[in-house]
Design a protein around this ligand. Structure first.
Ligand SMILES: NC(=O)c1ccc[n+]([C@@H]2O[C@H](COP(=O)([O-])OP(=O)(O)OC[C@H]3O[C@@H](n4cnc5c(N)ncnc54)[C@H](O)[C@@H]3O)[C@@H](O)[C@H]2O)c1
Length: 275
């Protein structure tokens, strides 16, 4: 990142305020970056932020991100977020192209169920790299720009698993605990710069790639349930869609949450172990 790009982000802030007077588009004039944007929650989030007025760049290791997002009029960039050099270059390019960054959504992640601690090897390392370390890198590469952002907001996609873990998912649960703690410290560090940091904890969003039939069956078995029982196990007996998470991301990044930082918000249909 260069001083020139930081200066660009700084000078854009004032001009942007003009766009943001449009009450119909809460994120008009803002620039957002979303990881894990090829499908599931990430893709829904890209679409929602765009519909709410932001210019959005979606990143994913899956090359389908380019076509999937261009179909919807947004920019998708192929990026393995565990590749520091590439990740940093993509973030810098967003600023070079669009003038700054106001919202980041750390969403990319992997989830493998049915892996007991005594058997956990490479999968542990992979979860750490993608879910945890790359989230820290995302913050590190974006913070210099977010400090000059408009209503700047960092949204971390955590998981119900953090507060209510289950057996066989140690690697995943530890990474979600890690990103939650990272967000709390980031909220403390960034409050003086007006950057908010909040964590959403979804659960059981089944219209995503993470929920392969195999993962569903293993997870259901872990709780001694059938797949159907597992799918409706929340207190409200409601089905949670990726568009619901996307809507919450947009709201938390907007004015309704302008005085909220360091918060953790469940979107799980109600979970008695969390409540
Ligand atoms: N679906 C759920 O029920 C649920 C529940 C709680 C939390 N979450 C969290 O939501 C987030 C999104 O998951 P989803 O459910 O939409 O699943 P998903 O598999 O559809 O999306 C995850 C995306 O991350 C991308 N990704 C993986 N490794 C990457 C890498 N190295 N670089 C760049 N991109 C990479 C994948 O290609 C994929 O597109 C994850 O952090 C997940 O842990 C999901």
């Amino acid at each position: 990142m260069s001083q020139e790009l930081i200066a660009k982000a700084e000078s854009r802030k004032e001009a942007n305020a003009l766009d943001l007077t449009n009450p119909l588009k809460p994120h008009a004039g803002k620039v957002a970056v979303v990881t894990g944007a090829a499908g599931g929650i990430g893709r829904a989030t890209v679409n929602r932020l765009r519909a709410d007025g932001a210019t959005v760049v979606g990143l994913d290791i899956n090359p389908a991100v380019v076509e999937n997002l261009s179909e919807e009029g947004t920019q998708g960039v192929i990026c393995d977020i565990t590749d520091d050099e590439k990740f940093q270059a993509v973030i810098d390019q967003v600023v070079a192209d669009h003038g700054g960054i106001d919202i980041i959504v750390a969403n990319a992640g992997i989830f493998k169920a049915g892996e007991y601690i005594e058997d956990l090897g490479q999968s542990w390392d992979l979860h750490m790299k993608i879910n945890l370390t790359a989230t820290q890198r995302f913050l590190r590469f974006s913070i210099p720009y977010l400090k000059h952002g408009f209503e700047a907001s960092i949204i971390i996609i955590g998981s119900r698993n953090y507060a209510a873990p289950g057996p066989g998912a140690a690697a995943y649960s530890v990474t979600k605990a890690g990103v939650t703690q990272l967000a709390r410290v980031a909220a403390l560090e960034l409050a003086p710069h007006g950057v908010r940091v909040n964590t959403l904890h979804p659960d059981a969003v089944f219209d995503t790639e993470i929920w392969t039939q195999e993962v569903l069956e293993t997870s259901a078995a872990r709780y001694g349930m059938t797949v159907q029982e597992y799918k409706t196990k929340n207190l409200l007996r409601t089905e949670i869609k990726s568009t619901d998470i996307a809507q919450l991301v947009s709201v938390v990044a907007g004015k309704a949450f302008i005085a909220t930082t360091g918060a953790q918000i469940p979107i799980d249909g109600g979970n008695d172990r969390v409540i």
